[in-house]
Design a binder for this molecule. Sequence first.
Ligand code: SF4
Length: 362
Amino acid sequence: MKYLSEYRDYDETRRVLDLIDKTVTKTWNIMEVCGGQTHGLVRNGIIDLLPDKVRMIHGPGCPVCVTPVNLIDKAIELLENGVIVCSFGDMIRVPGSKKSLLEAKALGGDLRILYSPLEAVNIAKQNLDREVVFFAVGFETTAPANALSVLHASRNGLKNYSILVSHVLVPPAMEAILDDGFCNIDAFLGAGHVSAIMGYTDYHPLAEKYRIPIVITGFEPLDLVQGILMAVKQLEEGIHVVENQYSRVVKKEGNIKAREVIETVFEIGDREWRGIGNIPNSGYCLKQGFQEYDAELKFGIDHIKIPEDPACIAGLVLKGIKKPKECSEFGKRCTPNNPLGAPMVSSEGACAAYYHFAGATI
Ligand code: SF4
């Protein structure tokens, strides 16, 4: 497939790995922001093939992993009160404080697993006597479709549709990580799919303020090693700029139409990140004028607050301070079949990546 198979060329990937080896002279810590990149690095064995001086730190870029446990409990509360709750499949096994959405469904909750929030709007149209809520989780990548669902509901005059919003934004999370006293990150691989929507101009102030290279990078093996090589070259040359490895997909300005839809429906506000806590201006909230579609306000469930499992160090893993195997519960009390924290259950979670691809080094 054009633009895909050539990025899975293992001979070329090996050649770029050799170039990284020849280029690096000092030890550098590079954080890949996105969970999809973490899986690409671990699944393809790149972590083990990189020179010892290039240390990859796994970042917080898995939307399921950073969705607070209280949001899951809120969705379950709605299910248990007769609301039709619609969700992408990746959220349904994430543990809440007492059960997951899937377990709530097994107990009789009307949970619908969908591929698009627009399907949820259709369900609302067909069930005018029922309330329908879409669990709107994700980074900037899923925000356009979720915003569009609100616009469709509004244009159709639907009063029985709302969204449970947990949208988080990548640049503020990167800034929070850089401001952490334990931060030891020298460069970032930026998440390619987020930049496909948002472009990459927001990264220039970060690169300048923290004097840190940021390379927008794709997800295939060759993408990843090319992005790492670009970051290592900058570090070795003492420069810190934003570069775009993923230019076959990402444009500087992003997807203007998608951004317009987001800006029509959402505004930026504070957001809680699972394991990290509140990060100012790090998420989307519904704008004034669209708040009737905010499920938390509509159903008065804003008060639900749940502490995390104290044994889970997901926050340290998501900030890149600890590796999954440094968690005392890894592979013991916490497995994909019995996850204690979201990074073990999500297909993009760092703990799950290490569990499934056991050859990964610590
Ligand atoms: S292994 Fe499990 S308990 Fe430990 S940090 Fe990961 S998700 Fe949390």
